[in-house]
Design a protein around this ligand. Structure first.
Ligand code: UD1
Ligand code: CA
Length: 456
C-alpha cells in the first residue's frame, strides 16, 4: 500500500477572525479546529501527520502536544502553496493529502471516498469541490467544455463571469508525492495577493503530468472554511446537530435538542434522557438510564447509571449510580460522590469524597472533607475548612448524623455513629457513638414581653 502523508496547513494569520488567538485554535464543539483536523488525519490512518505552523506557532504546538503529529515551520506566510513547501522534508513517497486547519467539519466517510476515487481514477492530483449557494470568498472551479477540471481561480482574481460559478475549491487536495514537489517548485506568485497558491498546483499537474479530478461532494457543509466569527458560529451549529443526531441514534433521548450543547469528546449511555438547556462538556462520561437536566452544566465529570442531575453545575467530579443531584447543587473539582446519595438544593461540594447512601439535602458547604457511608448532614451544615491561611480536612465517619446549622471547624473528625446536636460549633473531635452538643443552653425568661412593653 502507498504511504499516506497528511499535511495540515495551520500557519496563516487568520486576519478575518479579528482575534489574539490563532484562528485554528478557535473551538468547534469544545475542540480547537486544528484538533478536529488532526483527529480526522489519524482516523483515516495517515502514516505521518504534519502540521505546518507559523503564526502563533507556540500556542498551536502546545495545543497538540503528546499527539501523533510532527511540525514544519513556515516562517513567513506567503500562501498555501508556500506553506505546503515548508513541509517538503516530509514529502518523499506515496500519496500526500493536504488538509486545511480552518476546515474542521470534514468526515472520514467523505475523505475516504475521495481517496478511493483518486486511486481508482489513477489521478496524479485531485481535490474536493462542492457547490455553495453563496460561493463568495472561495476559489472557483473552472471546467473545460467537456466538463473536465481545468483550473482554480481565487475569488480575488476572478472575473465577473467567473464569480458566478458556484462550484468551489474546498482546499483539500491529494497528490503523488514526487509530482507535488515538482509542481511546488514551479509555483509563481503573479496574482492579486502576491502569494504562492496551492490551487495553481492542480493546473500545473494537469498541464505536465496527466489527469486531475475535482471530486464533487453533496454535503457541502463538510468543507466550510472558517475565516470569521460568523462562519465559526455556523460551523458550530452544524457540528452540534451532527453530535446530537449521533447520540440520539445511539439511544439517548433529548428534550428540545436544539437547546442542548454537547462537546466532541462526551459520551452518553443508552436510555439516558438529556433535558433542555443542558451543556455537557470536556471529557464528560454519562452512564445509562440517567436523567440529566434541565439546565445543567457538566464539565469533565464521570456519571454512573440511573443518576439524576437537575439545574446543577458539576466540574471535574464523579457521581456514582442512582445518586440524585440538585436542583441547584454546585460540585466543584474533585467531588467524588458514591452510590444512592442525595446532594440537594444549594449544596456546594469541593475536594471531598462522599461514601454511599449519604444525604446532604439542603443549604450546605462541604469542602476538603472525607464523608463516610450513610451519613446525614442536616440543613445549613458548614465545613469550616479555611483558617485564613491554610485549608484543613474534615472527616465524618460512617452512620453519623449532623444536626442542622452545625459548623465543623477543621481539622476535625467525627467518629462513626456519632450525633451532633443542631446549632453546634464543633471544634474538637467527636468520639464514635457520642452525642456532641456545642452551643449555649437556652434560657426562657417568663412573662418577659409584658414587662418589656410596660417599660416602653
Ligand atoms: C483557500 C483556497 C481557496 C479555497 C478556500 C477553502 C488557496 C490559494 N485558496 O482560500 O481556493 O476555496 O481555501 O476554504 O489555497 N495557510 C498557511 N500559510 C499561508 C497561508 C495559509 O498555513 O501562508 C493556512 C491557513 O492557516 C489556513 C489555510 O492555509 O488554515 C487556508 O488559508 P486561507 O488564507 O484561509 O485561505 P482562503 O483564502 O480561505
Ligand atoms: Ca480559509
Amino acid at each position: 500500500m502507498d504511504k499516506l502523508t497528511t499535511i495540515i496547513l495551520a500557519a496563516g494569520y487568520g486576519k478575518r477572525m479579528k482575534s489574539k488567538l490563532p484562528k485554528v485554535l478557535h473551538k468547534i464543539s469544545g475542540a480547537p479546529m486544528i484538533q478536529h483536523v488532526v483527529d480526522l488525519a489519524l482516523e483515516i490512518g495517515s502514516d505521518e501527520t504534519v502540521c505546518v505552523v507559523g503564526h502563533g506557532r507556540e500556542l498551536v504546538e502546545a495545543s497538540l502536544k503528546n499527539q501523533k503529529v510532527k511540525f514544519a515551520v513556515q516562517e513567513v506566510q506567503l500562501g498555501t502553496g508556500h506553506a505546503v513547501k515548508a513541509a517538503q522534508d516530509f514529502i518523499n513517497e506515496g500519496l500526500v493529502l493536504v488538509l486545511f486547519g480552518d476546515a474542521p467539519l470534514l468526515s472520514a466517510l467523505t475523505l475516504n471516498a475521495f481517496i478511493e476515487n483518486h486511486k481508482a481514477g489513477k489521478y496524479k492530483a485531485s481535490l474536493i469541490s462542492t457547490n455553495f449557494e453563496d460561493p463568495s470568498g472561495y476559489g472557483r472551479i473552472i471546467r473545460d467544455k467537456s466538463g473536465k477540471f481545468d483550473r482554480i481561480v481565487e475569488h480575488k482574481d476572478a472575473t465577473l463571469d467567473q464569480l458566478k460559478i458556484t462550484e468551489i475549491n474546498s482546499g483539500i487536495g491529494l497528490f503523488d508525492a514526487s509530482i507535488l514537489m515538482t509542481a511546488l517548485n514551479a509555483l509563481k506568485n503573479n496574482n492579486k495577493q502576491g502569494e504562492y497558491y496551492l490551487t495553481d498546483v492542480f493546473e500545473y499537474v494537469k498541464d505536465h503530468h496527466g489527469a486531475v479530478d475535482a471530486f464533487v461532494i453533496n454535503h457541502s457543509y463538510e468543507v466550510i472554511g472558517i475565516n470569521d466569527r460568523l462562519t465559526l458560529a455556523e460551523a458550530e451549529k452544524y457540528h452540534q446537530s451532527l453530535i446530537k443526531k449521533h447520540w440520539m441514534l445511539e439511544g439517548v433521548t433529548m428534550i428540545s435538542p436544539e437547546s442542548i450543547y454537547i462537546e466532541k469528546y462526551v459520551t452518553i449511555g443508552q436510555d439516558t434522557i438529556i433535558e433542555q438547556g443542558t451543556m455537557l462538556k470536556g471529557k464528560t462520561v454519562i452512564g445509562e438510564d440517567c436523567n440529566i437536566g434541565p439546565y445543567s452544566e457538566i464539565i469533565d465529570t464521570k456519571i454512573g447509571n440511573e443518576v439524576k442531575v437537575k439545574h446543577s453545575t458539576l466540574l471535574e467530579s464523579s457521581i456514582d449510580d442512582r445518586t440524585v443531584v440538585g436542583p441547584y447543587a454546585y460540585l466543584r473539582p474533585k467531588s467524588i460522590v458514591g452510590k444512592d446519595c442525595k446532594i440537594g438544593d444549594f449544596v456546594e461540594v469541593k475536594n471531598t469524597t462522599i461514601g454511599d447512601c449519604t444525604k446532604i439535602s439542603h443549604l450546605t458547604y462541604v469542602g476538603d472533607g472525607k464523608v463516610g457511608n450513610n451519613v446525614n448532614l442536616g440543613c445549613g451544615v458548614v465545613f469550616v475548612n479555611y483558617d485564613g491561611v491554610n485549608k484543613h480536612l474534615t472527616v465524618i465517619e460512617d452512620d453519623v448524623f449532623v444536626g442542622c446549622n452545625t459548623n465543623l471547624i477543621a481539622p476535625v473528625t467525627v467518629g462513626r455513629e456519632a450525633y451532633i446536636a443542631a446549632g453546634s460549633t464543633i471544634t474538637e473531635d467527636v468520639p464514635e457513638k457520642a452525642l456532641a452538643i456545642a452551643r449555649e443552653r437556652q434560657v426562657n425568661k417568663t412573662d418577659w414581653s409584658n414587662k418589656y412593653l410596660k417599660k416602653k
